[in-house]
Write a protein that binds this ligand. Sequence first.
Ligand SMILES: CC(C)(COP(=O)(O)OP(=O)(O)OC[C@H]1O[C@@H](n2cnc3c(N)ncnc32)[C@H](O)[C@@H]1OP(=O)(O)O)[C@@H](O)C(=O)NCCC(=O)NCCS
Length: 153
Amino acid sequence: MANADITPVGMGELPLINDLYNEVFRPGRDLSFFERRLKGRRNPLLLVAHVERQPVGFAIGYENKPGTFYCWLIGVRSAYRRAGIASQLMEAISAWAADNDYHTVRFECFNRQRPMLRLAIRQGYDIVGIRWDSDNSTNLIIMEHNLAEDETG
Ligand SMILES: CC(C)(COP(=O)(O)OP(=O)(O)OC[C@H]1O[C@@H](n2cnc3c(N)ncnc32)[C@H](O)[C@@H]1OP(=O)(O)O)[C@@H](O)C(=O)NCCC(=O)NCCS
């Protein structure tokens, strides 16, 4: 189990996140992809995971609507997977969201993103719906984590 350092970073670190993204996701994107999506968002949260000072993973989220925080992207470099790093990133998002008065964390992912689906179930997320993604001509699974359940156990 890696013990990653999970650090919130500012928008100035978007180029680093962009590099990590391009290592993990296809197609690759440029900086404007992130800048456009985050522009005008309330409470953008950028997290970078480091192991032995190497950046190995990232997460990006922002407010979806009052009370609900949206985890847009999470990725871990392939050589560092199955060591609990994404779990640490998700726990950090939940802790940050709870501290900032959100009651729910939401994310969406494709059926093909099986590791993410498994990870989310393991992290206590519920499947709350699906929606058609016309850009990719496939369904997105919507998952939510009720943070109040963490408090009540
Ligand atoms: C999804 C992803 C972020 C998981 O990162 P990770 O650091 O390997 O995840 P963790 O080590 O915290 O996994 C925790 C648990 O999730 C499940 N899990 C994660 N990856 C899995 C896999 N490939 N197969 C089966 N179960 C998996 C397991 O239950 C795992 O616990 P275990 O290793 O004790 O069995 C990583 O695989 C990734 O970057 N994938 C490509 C990008 C992506 O699809 N992102 C999600 C959509 S935004």
